[in-house]
Design a protein around this ligand. Structure first.
Ligand code: FMN
Length: 366
């Protein structure tokens, strides 16, 4: 996924892929046509995404659903097993996995990811989650660390993983969180670099991503805020002699007419919103995530219902392509697409939106 940097916003090929197909997508809506993960539909979706020329596929990591009538994220395939299996049947697309640093020992995670890289050399990414969900921490019986300390822990966790991938002799690691004797790991990743990504919008989260990862995965609140975020990330990274890019995500509703698209967005964001599940998700986010203010959560309730807060891109193929161009112009490198029914909606997006993006110079032809 080498990027050229000569387009508006510095990106001449906006990378696109799906987010959340290993579970029931990102929506907190009860609509019956929503995605429900099976191995068969995930296999077919990954192959269809690759054939359509999409660049990546990102799962989420969830151990417990949000309750309510539909229990969003309640059924979620393990993102390591999911990504490894899809790497085996695809050829070009980058497969991310998502790993909770507090719930997974770095020796285990290093082995998982380096094994994935034997299956799909050079096509592996890891989205590192430092933890925010108190219900899940309780389920593991693990006390949540104080917010910023979580990223200190993840920094050391990643350091151990990188040593295991690069050192040929057993080493001792004596740190604040890990005390390891004679640690060694093989196989090493064979495709060269594994793409490191972290999602977290707090200042500690951003510092961790900018200092130690290749990508920050951030929530798109508005184009202006995103443009500022990209500029800030790139500036801090370049001061440290690093290159860090930003991925973000959007909820896509694309229909032949604007009226149809808006009616469907109304259905998923309001009429069929799973209110108790939204309350629960907001409680958990408000409780232990410093990404956004309480006002943000209150005013963006519709966005939560549609796609757990992701920016809505709603309209005709021309509207959707134009909005995606505006996202590209903020300077982000990648946009993760969230559909209610990714397999059902991909053909229309592939045939009507992707060619427009090529014509607009937002993406290179696949
Ligand atoms: C785009 C995006 C994807 C995320 N994916 C996951 C996930 O799959 N599992 C998870 O537990 N947390 C996920 N998170 C949560 C973050 O990893 C992070 O813990 C949370 O945003 C709180 O961090 P902060 O307080 O530093 O902003 C995601 C966040 C964003 C913005």
């Amino acid at each position: 996924m080498e990027q050229d940097t000569n387009g508006p916003g510095g990106v001449d090929h906006l990378e696109l892929g799906f987010f959340g197909a290993n579970g029931p997508g990102t929506s907190l809506s009860k609509v019956p046509e929503r995605w429900y993960p099976t191995w068969e539909n995930n296999r077919d979706l990954a192959l269809a995404a690759e054939a359509a020329g999409l660049d990546f596929h990102i799962p989420f990591a969830r151990w417990k659903g949000f309750g309510g009538e539909s229990d969003p994220a309640g059924v979620t395939f393990d993102p390591i097993v999911w990504a490894a299996s899809l790497l085996a049947i695809t050829k070009k697309i980058t497969l991310f996995t998502t790993v909770h640093a507090p719930f997974t020992h770095p020796i285990v995670a290093a082995k998982h990811v380096s094994t994935m890289d034997q299956i799909g050399p050079g096509r592996v990414g890891i989205n590192i989650v430092s933890g925010w969900n108190a219900d899940e921490a309780d389920m593991f019986g693990i006390a949540q660390r104080e917010h910023d300390e979580r990223y200190e822990y993840t920094k050391e966790w990643l350091d151990v993983m990188l040593k295991l991938w690069t050192r040929d002799r057993p080493f001792h690691h004596e740190g604040r969180f890990f005390n390891l004797r004679g640690a060694i790991g093989a196989p090493k990743p064979r495709g060269g670099k594994v793409t490191l990504m972290s999602a977290g919008a707090s200042s500690a989260g951003r510092s961790f991503a900018v200092g130690h990862c290749d990508l920050l995965f951030s929530i798109l609140v508005s184009h202006e805020a995103c443009r500022d975020e990209v500029a800030r990330v790139k500036e801090i990274a370049s001061r440290a002699g690093r290159r860090v890019d930003v991925y973000t995500a959007a909820c896509i509703v694309c229909r032949p007419t604007r009226k149809e698209a808006e009616a469907y967005y109304e259905r998923i964001s309001r009429e069929m919103a799973d209110e108790p599940a939204i309350d629960n998700a907001l409680r958990l986010l408000g409780l232990d995530c410093q990404s956004f203010s309480p006002e943000f959560y209150a005013s963006f309730r519709g966005r939560f219902a549609a796609s757990i807060g992701h920016y809505p891109i709603v309209g005709t193929p021309s509207d959707v392509a134009e909005e995606i161009r505006r996202v590209r112009d903020t300077g982000v490198r990648g946009l993760a697409l969230c559909f209610m029914d990714p397999a059902g909606e991909l053909p229309y997006f592939r045939d009507e939106v992707l060619p427009r993006l090529v014509d607009m110079g937002v993406r290179r032809p696949s």
